[in-house]
Design a protein around this ligand. Structure first.
Ligand code: M6R
Length: 603
């Protein structure tokens, strides 16, 4: 959550920080600020996104500074609560949460704070330890970090030691960009990739001292550590809107391409799947007794869809857990024969990272399915994983990452069936369907105009139910989440068969049900029974099915059936387009819905 950008070099810091922050706004956009250092610190702050910042108020001559774009945790969005925060000789930007900030505030008897944030308390603590420069700033930072509990990605500067930025991390990502007589600090590489492709990812409980010409890494005892310089790849390059009005639409329409990128060199026309990333040898594969899939939001729903398919493919229990639940649950998992797969677009979600630690503690095998190369999840898992190569996802509402996640797990399942000497026809069938997906998704885009027209007729409904049975139930869940996020409509998904156990009491003329009818004959008929029950109670029904419009349905979309493993992905495209069109009519900020942030790096 929140974006951090820092610069020190020979160019005007304010411009470089500003453009970096613009690229980070997907992490939070309720307020922003920039501070630069000349003799003193000069700071500008504003409520809203970075466009509200008045850069003319900062001197061009300053060549060192820090900036922040915020997603509020402690204290409402306001100029006072926006970062950077200055207390005494310390100015800082902070991502994460200082859990014991109240204790620190009490023990330092802080009565002169300007904000309600935990971050300003941290600045006061460092300032207190610094004692006007009686010890070095890095020593003061070290002493302070030992005193705090919680999470931080942190950049600190002080006019008393004006040639350096100090950086620290615990649980909140920080990357240092290596330049030539200039260096950069950011919360993720997208902010600095236009300046350098050489980066150092700070590890938890490390401090870095960055000057214009040097980068030193230390542990919390200030013992030197060797920096590990990584090269960023092209897929992390900047995303631009092109001819689209929103990233949401662009990313929905990119799916044929993102899926091809996922499968390139991995899925063959001969019906084989070869993944180099998962690091499971023959014994590991054969000894597996269960799979645990863990994620949040859309990534969780991708896992839930996969559960239905993997259980059939592998004849093995597959358990799916919300990361926020798993980290505090005491489920019974067999340590050596359970594979825990962590799914995350950003690779930085705090609950997912904490769950990896929990899984390791229980001696489970850990593997990642991640979009962001070099991200914390990708680095934390012990048995490798699969990079999605979907390209940067800018829209807060996740779309192309979802289809890639589902496909990636199916690929993994298909490979595992083969490794375990299972039915080779399964591997072939999965490969065949996956290879057909890009063109079938493209064909589904032809329904977009029709969806636009239908949306105008149904946009006024206040209560939206999404219903699906079997593997279409997780598709319904994901569809409802998409609509909720981008249109602020309260949409809820249920297994079709659950309607009559309660939710049907809500059906009236303000309600519409989006009913996903499967290809399978028996399940289709059960869906038709649910349709009739809804009609009998005055409900309005929007059906999506591989067959023509059923009797009684008010609105209908007919989609293609690709095959049993991937069918849900085609329905999902329709639900993504539906959410996009409802949001367009309602005139909300589609790419940056209120109260949300792209990457949830706090608990
Ligand atoms: O980066 P992650 O995949 O770990 O993010 C998980 C969720 O926060 C994310 O999927 C969220 O639910 C999206 N806004 C959904 O569109």
């Amino acid at each position: 959550m929140c974006g951090i950008m820092g610069y020190l070099g020979e160019r005007p810091a304010k411009d470089i920080i500003y453009t970096g922050l613009k690229r980070l706004e997907y992490r939070g956009y309720d307020s922003a600020g920039v501070a630069v250092l000349t003799k003193d610190v000069q700071t500008i702050k504003a409520v809203g996104d970075t466009s509200k910042l008045d850069l003319t108020k900062l001197p061009k001559s300053a060549t060192i500074g820090i900036g922040h774009t915020r997603w509020a945790t402690h204290g409402r969005p306001s100029a006072q609560n926006a970062h950077p925060h200055t207390y005494g000789d310390i100015t800082l930007v902070h991502n994460g949460i200082i859990e014991n900030y109240q204790d620190i505030k009490d023990s330092l008897k802080l009565s002169d704070l300007k904000s309600q944030t935990d971050s300003e308390v941290l600045a006061a603590l460092i300032n207190n330890n610094y004692q006007k420069g009686k010890i070095s700033l890095i020593e003061a930072l070290k002493r302070s970090l030992v005193e705090v509990s919680g999470t931080f990605g942190l950049v600190v500067m002080s006019p008393l030691e004006s040639n350096q930025l100090l950086v620290a991390r615990r649980g909140s990502p920080i990357v240092i960009g290596v330049g030539d007589i200039q260096n950069f600090v950011a919360s993720d590489p997208s902010a600095i990739i236009s300046h350098t492709d050489k980066v150092i990812y700070l590890e938890d409980d490390q401090i870095a001292r960055v000057t214009r010409t040097s980068i030193e890494i230390f542990d919390l005892k200030l013992k030197h550590k060797n920096p590990n310089i990584n090269r960023l790849s092209k897929s992390e390059a900047e995303a631009t809107l092109g001819h689209y009005k929103t990233y949401l639409e662009k990313e929905i329409k990119e799916q044929p391409e993102s899926l091809k990128n996922l499968m390139r060199g991995r899925v063959s026309q001969k019906g084989t799947v070869k993944l180099g990333g998962p690091n499971l040898d023959a014994d590991d594969a054969n000894n597996l007794e269960q799979i645990l899939i863990i994620g949040c939001g859309t990534s969780y729903y991708a896992g839930l869809y996969a559960k239905y398919k993997l259980e059939e493919m592998l004849n093995m229990p597959v358990i799916v857990e919300h990361a926020s639940e798993f980290r505090y649950r005491h489920g019974a998992y067999k340590s050596n024969s359970t594979l825990a797969i962590f799914i995350s677009q950003s690779g930085e979600t705090a609950d997912v990272l904490a769950s990896i630690q929990e899984a390791k503690r229980r001696h489970l095998k850990t593997m990642g399915i991640v979009n962001t190369i070099g991200s914390s999840v990708a680095r934390a898992v012990e048995h490798g994983g699969i990079y999605l190569h979907a390209g940067q996802e800018v829209s807060v509402a996740s779309t192309k990452a979802y289809s890639s996640m589902v496909s990636a797990i199916l690929m993994f399942g298909a490979q595992l069936v083969y490794q375990r000497g299972g039915n080779s026809n399964i591997t072939k069938e999965v490969a065949k369907e996956l290879l057909m997906l890009p063109s079938e998704i493209k064909a589904t885009f032809e329904l977009h105009e029709n969806i636009k027209k239908l949306t105008k007729q149904i946009n006024h409904f206040e209560k939206w139910f999404y219903l699906g049975r079997n593997s279409l139930y997780p598709v319904a869940l994901e569809g409802a989440l998409k609509l909720t996020e981008v249109s602020y409509i309260h949409a809820q998904a249920f297994p079709t068969g659950e309607m009559k156990h309660g939710p049907i009491s809500l059906v009236d003329n303000k309600h519409i049900s989006i009913l996903l009818l499967p290809e399978d004959e028996t399940l289709y008929e059960k869906g038709i029974s649910a349709l009739e029950e809804l009609i009998a109670r005055g409900g309005t029904i929007f059906t999506i099915s591989t067959r023509p419009k059923p009797k009684g349905s008010n609105y209908h979309l007919q989609v293609t059936y690709v095959g049993e493993y991937t069918e849900g992905l085609i329905y999902n495209i329709c639900l993504q387009l539906l959410a996009l069109e409802v949001a367009t009519i309602r005139g909300v900020n589609i790419d940056r819905p209120r109260n949300l942030a792209k990457s949830v790096t706090v608990e």
